[in-house]
Design a protein around this ligand. Structure first.
Ligand code: CIR
Length: 254
């Protein structure tokens, strides 16, 4: 699979007021800006053309663009974010997505869905049911995907925030799995790179063309991914982690 484009959105000055369940403290804004710059550089190094959208201070969490859409080579699905304070983010994203896609579907209320709950492994999508994505939203997406000849499996989450908080797909039938996904029956047919519990955050990594971008500071996971034959790029995401954000959340890749 080849990714040509990525979309990111600058964090704004209200970023520090975003939603979080972690107790890691307030993000340091300057550092978040620097880390975001480095993230963009990594996406460029992977060979993608990066569209950088301006920040919008009305939405503190809007740098986490992944939650606003599900993109495939053929069509886009605009999500319906499950957090009240984030729902309006889709209005900013729509024009950007329309500039790349003619065919656009929408998740509609009462269905809610965050893109962070959607994992694509070749032609098979996994749709997590979480605090943000409800059964109705998951079923709407499943129907859209099946009507476009993709496969879709709905996966209720036990503990993870989003599906992709605990799992990534690296191509070659290989997944990176942590916590509840290590022995999850839905993922048993894949080759697994297992993330040790103390490095759980590193399960949210992204394969972009010839590289796997991983968060900095998780040496065991880095080593395992390299031993599996991948080249890695480390990006420090400490200030995004403070708001429950991982590497995947910061971009849309297509
Ligand atoms: C939120 O609570 O919505 C943001 N602070 C973090 C979103 C992270 N997104 C993701 O995992 N896809």
């Amino acid at each position: 699979k080849l990714f040509h484009h990525t979309i990111v959105k600058r964090p704004g000055t209200t970023y520090v007021n975003g939603l979080t369940t972690s107790d890691l403290g307030k993000p340091i804004l300057e550092k978040a800006f620097e880390q975001h710059d480095a993230y963009i550089e990594a996406l460029k190094k992977c060979g993608t053309e990066v569209t950088v959208l301006p920040s919008n201070d009305q939405f503190p969490d809007s740098t986490f663009v992944e939650d606003t859409a599900v993109l495939t080579p053929e069509f886009a699905v605009i999500s319906n974010p499950g957090a009240e304070s984030r729902n309006g983010e889709i209005q900013d994203m729509e024009p950007a997505i329309k500039s790349f896609y003619d065919k656009i579907y929408y998740i509609k209320a009462p269905g809610t869905l965050d893109g962070g709950d959607i994992l694509q492994a070749e032609d098979h999508f996994y749709i997590g049911i979480s605090e943000r994505t409800n059964q109705e939203g998951a079923e709407q997406l499943k129907q859209i995907l099946e009507s476009e000849n993709y496969k879709a499996t709905i996966v209720p989450l036990q503990k993870f925030f989003h599906l992709k908080t605990g799992i990534a797909y690296l191509g070659n039938q290989t997944i990176v799995a942590a916590g509840e996904f290590v022995d999850h029956p839905d993922f048993n047919s894949y080759k697994k790179i297992i993330v040790p519990q103390e490095e759980e955050y590193a399960a949210n990594c992204i394969q972009v063309n010839d590289y796997v971008i991983i968060p900095a500071g998780y040496p065991q996971t880095k080593q395992k991914i390299e031993e599996a034959g991948y080249q890695t790029i480390e990006v420090d995401t400490s200030e995004f982690r403070k708001l429950d954000g991982g590497l995947s959340c910061l971009s849309l890749r297509f």
